[in-house]
Design a protein around this ligand. Structure first.
Ligand SMILES: [Zn+2]
Length: 359
C-alpha cells in the first residue's frame, strides 16, 4: 500500500489530514491555538489526540514537528498509523497521545526553528545556568554571514575545513549543532526563555501525563543519517537505566551521542530530559527517530541559508525561493520510496513501544 497519501505538501494539508483521521477514532481531541498565522494566512495550532482507556496509566507519546519542517515526516507517520488502523489493536492498559505539530509555526514556514528563531529541542536547559560554547565564536561570522553568495560560501568552507583539521568532523558538528545560548541570530539557538512551543509542551504534559506511571516518548526527526534510515537515538550510555531500557525495547541498534554511536552530536537543553524532570514519579523512556535524507553538508548549508534568508534576505526573490526549496528537500525528500521507508519503520517503533508498555 502506498504511503504517500498520508503525507502532505504543506502544514495546512497535514493538519487537515491529521484532524480528519483523528476524528474517525473517537478519541479525545484538543487544539492549542498559536498566536500567529502561516505564510498563506492559515491558522496554526498544536493538535492533540488521546486514544485509549481513560484509566490507562501507560502512555505512548508520539510527537511531530519539534523541528518545524521535520513535521512533514512526523505528521505523515501519525496519519498513517491512524489510517491503517494500528490504533485499533491498542491493549487496554496503554493509551497513545499523538501530539501533532508542537512547533506549527516552523512547520508552516518550512523552518526548523520556532517563531523566536529558537531550536525547540535546545530550549529546555536550566535557564539560570546556560551552557557556554566558546569554540563557536570563530565560526559565527561564517555560520550567520551578512551576505549569502559565492564569496561568503567559499570563506565558510575554508573556515570549516580548518576547524575540522583541528577538532575533527564531530567537533565541528557538536560546536554548531549541540546548542548555543549566545547568538540569537545563529542556528541551533536554544533561547533565553521558554518559547510558545515549550510552554505548550508543558501544558500538554500537565494535562495528559501527570497521572501516568510509565511514559514512552517518541519524537520524530529528519536530517541526519542515510536516506530513509530511521536511527533510534537515546541519551546516556550502556549501564544507564534509561539507555538499557531503550535497547531492551527497541533493539541493539539504539544509538547514543554520549556513547559515541550516534550520527547526532551531544546536545544541550533537550525536551526529553525536561519531560523526565516534569514527571519525577513516572518511568520515562524517550527515543528520537531520526530519518536520514541527504548528505549532512547539504542539510547544514540549507539551515544556514534559511537562517540568513529570514534574517536578511528576501523570501520572494529567486534566491529566496531556491533557499526555501532546498531546506524543504533537506528535511523532507518528496519521494515515494522515502515515505514508504519512513512509515514502515515508524509503525514498527510505535508497535514496540506499545507492546513494552503493555507488558
Ligand atoms: Zn530534528
Amino acid at each position: 500500500m502506498s504511503a504517500k497519501r498520508f503525507f502532505a505538501s504543506d502544514y495546512a494539508e497535514a493538519r487537515s489530514k491529521f484532524l480528519e483521521a483523528a476524528a474517525t477514532t473517537g478519541g479525545r481531541m484538543q487544539s492549542y491555538r498559536h498566536p500567529l498565522k502561516g505564510p498563506k494566512g492559515e491558522a496554526l495550532a498544536t493538535d492533540v489526540l488521546r486514544i485509549g482507556s481513560p484509566s490507562a496509566r501507560n502512555v505512548v507519546v508520539i510527537q511531530s514537528a519539534t523541528h518545524g519542517v521535520e513535521g512533514f515526516c512526523g505528521s505523515g507517520t501519525q496519519v498513517g498509523w491512524l489510517r491503517l488502523g494500528d490504533w485499533k489493536k491498542l491493549p487496554k492498559n496503554v493509551a497513545v497521545l499523538l501530539v501533532h505539530a508542537i512547533n506549527p509555526h516552523g512547520f508552516a514556514w518550512v523552518r526548523r526553528v520556532t517563531q523566536e528563531n529558537v531550536d525547540l529541542n535546545r530550549n529546555f536547559p536550566d535557564f539560570s545556568r546556560l551552557p557556554k560554547r566558546p569554540a563557536l565564536a570563530e565560526l559565527m561570522p561564517h555560520v550567520a554571514p551578512d551576505a549569502w553568495n559565492d564569496a561568503t560560501g567559499a570563506a565558510r568552507r575554508a573556515a570549516f575545513a580548518a576547524f575540522v583539521a583541528k577538532h575533527g568532523p564531530m567537533g565541528l558538528q557538536e560546536t554548531i549543532s549541540g546548542g548555543q545560548y549566545d547568538y540569537p541570530d545563529g542556528i541551533f539557538y536554544g533561547g533565553r526563555e521558554p518559547t510558545w512551543s515549550h510552554r505548550t509542551f508543558e501544558a500538554i504534559v500537565g494535562k495528559y501525563l501527570t497521572r501516568a506511571k510509565r511514559v514512552a516518548f517518541i519524537d520524530m526527526h529528519t536530517g541526519l543519517g542515510p536516506y530513509g534510515h530511521g536511527e533510534l537515538i537515546t541519551m546516556g550510555r550502556p549501564g544507564d537505566e534509561k539507555f538499557d531500557r531503550a535497547v531492551a525495547w527497541y533493539g541493539d541498534a539504539v544509538t547514543s551521542p554520549e556513547a559515541g554511536t550516534s550520527t547526532s552530536a551531544k546536545l544541550e537543553g533537550l525536551m526529553e530530559r525536561a519531560l523526565a524532570r516534569m514527571l519525577p514519579k513516572a518511568e520515562v523512556t524517550p527515543i528520537a527517530v531520526e530519518y536520514g535524507t541527504y548528505p549532512t553538508g547539504f542539510v547544514m548549508e540549507s539551515l544556514m541559508a534559511d537562517n540568513w534568508l529570514h534574517l536578511r534576505g528576501d523570501l520572494a526573490s529567486e534566491q529566496g525561493r531556491k533557499i526555501k526549496a532546498d531546506i524543504r528537500k533537506a528535511f523532507y525528500p518528496d519521494e515515494d520510496d522515502w515515505k514508504e521507508l519512513v512509515l514502515l519503520k515508524a509503525r514498527l517503533v510505535f508497535r514496540r513501544a506499545i507492546a513494552n508498555l503493555a507488558a
